[in-house]
Design a protein around this ligand. Structure first.
Ligand code: ZN
Length: 169
């Protein structure tokens, strides 16, 4: 690479660092002629969205795979195909809006579960129990508690008694 300052074609690398996500390399270079220092970044160019899995492997985003996971979660639940389809579209749109072409599998799971949660809490619990692969039962129970609390709040906000139902004295 030519020096951006003087145009000389010989530069040396003085420092190399791998980015946090492990997919970019940042190099500090120095011109051999004028000693101008500059930084270059090296990253793979993905044509399609890539998903980095928990074990570090990277594979193309697979919409059908996501659909499979969602469909298993909503089985025998009152969630129709249209809702599943638009959920997947929402997730894809969200992912497409990211600056990077590589996302973690947990982000995909997170986005899908957020939307699934609004549709059906049973389907949501089924889904997160698979994608989060809870390592300890406590975590799973915490997640359940959160859901149950939410439902309780809805009941209170909706048809539950209010202060007006119990006038003072
Ligand atoms: Zn130079």
């Amino acid at each position: 690479m030519d020096c951006p300052d003087c145009g000389h074609d010989r530069t040396s690398v003085v420092d190399t660092r791998t980015g946090e996500d492990g997919t970019t390399v940042r190099r500090r270079r120095e011109c051999k002629r004028c000693s101008f220092r500059f930084t270059t970044y090296e990253r793979p160019e993905w044509e399609t969205l890539q998903v980095k899995k928990r074990d570090g492997r990277i594979e193309p985003f697979d919409r059908e795979k996501l659909r499979g996971g969602i469909e298993r979660a909503v089985e025998k639940r009152p969630v129709d195909d249209d809702a599943v389809e638009s959920l997947i579209e929402d997730v894809e749109r969200e992912l497409a809006g990211r600056e990077t072409r590589i996302v973690s599998s947990s982000l995909v799971g997170e986005l899908a579960s957020e939307r699934l949660r609004e549709l059906d809490s049973v389907a949501y619990i089924r889904f997160v129990s698979v994608y989060k692969a809870f390592s300890d039962p406590e975590e799973f129970l915490d997640e359940l508690d959160t859901i149950l609390d939410d439902r309780l709040d809805e009941t209170v906000d909706g048809s539950g008694p209010t202060d007006n139902d119990f006038p003072d004295g």
